[in-house]
Design a protein around this ligand. Structure first.
Ligand code: XMP
Length: 506
């Protein structure tokens, strides 16, 4: 595997994705927590950083722990760090070093640049630059304004680059990554979805033996794939629970329950609608709603889990981005919304945790799901928040409002599918606003609710753009909603991007 040492760059996870795309396993570790170098670590990549090596408390690492022992690639800050620690000079850039540049290769023999064309486009993004390199550094590529675009340390497999091979604007970045990971580090490219399934099932079988495992399923991709892996390993010793919190989409509970049954999972559907509605009664603050839902879920889950005798493990669909220890450069970030399902479950359950997907990125989870033969409809589903429709009904939740929103949502999502637009958007849903507006139907004056349609494009939900859906589609959906859903007389479309707006309205 490859070890990526994170100095806090926004691109660190992207480096990991690029390595994984080469079918090579890699892990991200914080710069101040370098693990012991074991023989399966074949190379180290030092990430970029928002810091400057010139800052007093800039993040650093003892290069002696790995340099000269395994191949090293420093990217941007990682390259500047090596230059500065080894006796060179790093200063603020005098020229613009942001955006596209053309690479001039000075050393065609360098294994790092094999197969990369001269004047290939690369992406630069740095405020500092290496102005004087240590004596044993050989410059292997430059650009018009960056003399030390890439270097190699003589007699070592240590390299540095001041551009970013992991972003797509570096058009031959993949070749460079392959040169480093495969040719220089010698990693074999056998980490595939198939090999992951085979190894994970075997490993789970050994680890779980004849123990019983309980898992809560949500109908989402992660919990479904995780449960399927555990099921393949231990069969009926996996007990799944699917809770109807009364905040799911229209008919979702029944449909998902059936597909789980078809998959052969040992699943119990629990109708807990009343419990959730009671806990939500009178609450209007979004965070209070989330907390009430989180607590209710734990109550129900605990009650159900206690009905299973001698259960020893709790299975969870946690994925890699949730567990990467983040490097906090500017202190902890403010809590914008409390995503209740990130907090974990209460310790009174005293169960051991099994998380078969905690090394995978989302797209890898989908690939594993495909290998396992899971229904593409489940794998391709849009993300849906744990608190469900409760955070899409602004103000107090009542079963009547849930029923209205479910009908509107079904028309919108059904329309996206019918028009083949579902896969073009990353997430879509509808908000029921606590606003009544005047309308006219036939000869009657109406005074009914407003709904806001929301559809976004995104990569990971951290940033998002509103989806530019065709007017004819919006017109048809709006018509259908107003004609068919009693209680709604006005439809608006949300054209805000994130940031500054969030995807959900609460
Ligand atoms: P925001 O609204 O923060 O949403 O832009 C980003 C993504 O997170 C989902 N989301 C949640 N998921 N519990 C969840 O499990 C929550 O409390 C929650 N709030 C937002 C949202 O649907 C989007 O995919």
């Amino acid at each position: 595997q490859i070890l990526i040492l994170d100095f806090g760059s926004q691109y660190t996870q992207l480096i990991a994705r690029r390595v994984r795309e080469l079918n090579v396993y890699c892990e991200i570790h914080p710069y101040n927590n370098f693990p012991e170098l074991t023989p399966n670590i074949k190379g180290v990549i030092l990430s970029g950083s928002p810091c400057s090596v010139r800052d007093e408390n800039s993040p650093s690492v003892d290069l002696g722990k790995f340099r000269g022992i395994v191949p090293v690639l420093g990217v941007c800050y990682g390259a500047q760090l090596m230059a500065s620690v080894l006796g060179g000079d790093v200063k603020p850039s005098q020229f613009r070093e942001y955006g596209r540049a053309r690479l001039e290769i000075n050393d065609a023999d360098s294994s790092l640049l094999t197969g990369i064309s001269d004047s290939s486009q690369v992406w630069m993004s740095h405020g500092d630059t290496i102005v004087r390199e240590p004596e044993n550094f050989r410059i292997i590529a430059s650009t018009e304004s960056v003399r030390v675009a890439a270097f190699k340390i003589e007699d070592e497999l240590t390299y540095g680059i001041q551009f970013h091979p992991e972003v797509t604007h570096t058009t031959e970045g993949k070749t460079l990554m392959q040169n480093f990971v495969v040719n220089i580090c010698g990693c074999s490219q056998d980490w595939t979805a198939e090999s992951f399934v085979e190894q994970t099932v075997q490993h789970l079988r050994q680890r779980l033996g004849n123990d019983r495992v309980v898992m809560a399923l949500s109908g989402g991709v992660d919990s479904t794939v995780a449960a399927t892996l555990v099921h393949q390993a231990i069969g009926p010793n996996l007990f799944c629970i699917f809770v109807d919190n009364g905040l799911l989409r229209k008919d979702e509970f029944e449909e998902v329950l059936h597909s789980y049954q078809d998959m052969g999972l040992n699943i119990k559907g629990v109708d807990a609608k009343e419990h959730f509605y009671k806990a939500l009664a009178g609450l209007t603050d979004p965070e209070a709603k989330r907390k009430a839902i989180g607590k209710s879920f734990i109550d129900i889950f605990d009650q159900e889990a206690h009905l299973i005798e001698e259960v020893k493990w709790l299975g969870q669909g946690t994925i890699y981005p949730d567990v990467i220890e983040s490097v906090s450069i500017n202190g902890p970030s403010a809590t914008i919304k409390s995503h209740h399902n990130v907090g974990g479950l209460p310790d009174f359950m005293k169960l051991k945790i099994v998380e078969p997907l905690n090394t995978l990125f989302k797209d890898e989870v989908r690939a594993v799901g495909k290998t396992l033969g899971i229904d593409p409809k489940i794998l391709g589903r849009h993300p849906f928040p744990g608190p469900g429709l409760a955070i899409r009904i602004l103000g107090e939740i009542t079963p009547e409002k849930v029923a209205i929103l479910q009908q509107v949502d079904a028309i919108f999502i059904g329309g996206l599918r019918k028009w083949n637009l579902y896969e073009d958007v990353w997430q879509a849903g509808v908000m029921l606003l606590p606003v009544q507006s005047v309308g006219v139907m036939g000869d009657e004056r109406t005074y009914e609710s407003v709904v806001a349609l929301r559809a976004v494009t995104s990569i990971d939900g951290m940033t998002a753009d509103w989806a530019h859906l065709p007017y004819v589609f919006l017109a048809e959906v709006s018509n259908e909603i107003i004609n068919r859903v009693k209680g709604v007389n006005r439809v608006v479309y949300d054209i805000s991007s994130k940031p500054p707006a969030t995807i959900e309205w609460e």
